[in-house]
Design a protein around this ligand. Structure first.
Ligand code: DQA
Length: 154
């Protein structure tokens, strides 16, 4: 199972500061991630919350089944040591995704306290960052391509 987690304010994607975050809604992004994983024997479980503790509870609940995590923590990126520690408690690799290039914005966004608990970070590529993260996780998570002719050694 691949977990797709989105933090505070990302439920408003599409209408929230579209010049920065784009016009694609979260529902559309979730569908694109499901589609990106459709060729692999892996399920996607999506969750969004505006509450730090709910994101942490979701990670705990799925920590054993998770084969990979795609996470946009929103502003919790810059503050949440608790989310950092929760990511560390899950063995599956996590990829942090930001729609905007956080390094090219206000100073408080330049630091991610959650990124050190992640395998990689994608920032500034808009909604496509989520798709790239999904493709990497599918290829690396041990999931098999659904098309048996694409399986290694065949
Ligand atoms: C964000 C960047 C954060 O700084 C901001 O608080 C967000 C969205 C992004 O996707 O670019 O809510 O994570």
């Amino acid at each position: 199972m691949i977990l797709l987690l989105n933090g505070p304010n990302l439920n408003l994607l599409g209408e929230r500061e579209p010049d920065i975050y784009g016009r694609t809604t979260l529902a559309e992004i979730e569908k694109m991630v499901v589609d990106a994983c459709a060729g692999w024997t892996v399920q996607v479980k999506a969750f969004q919350s505006n509450h730090e503790g709910k994101l942490i509870d979701f990670l705990h609940e799925h920590r054993k089944a998770a084969k990979g995590i795609i996470l946009n923590p929103g502003a919790l990126t810059h503050t949440s040591y608790a989310l950092h520690d929760a990511l560390k408690a899950v063995p599956a690799p996590a990829i942090e995704v930001h729609l905007s290039n956080i390094h090219a914005r206000e100073g408080f966004r330049h630091t991610s306290v959650t990124a050190p608990a992640c395998r990689g970070v994608i920032a500034g590529l808009g909604y496509r960052g989520y798709i790239l993260a999904a493709e990497w996780l599918c290829a690396e998570s041990g999931a098999l391509p659904r098309d048996p002719t694409r399986r290694k050694g065949q």
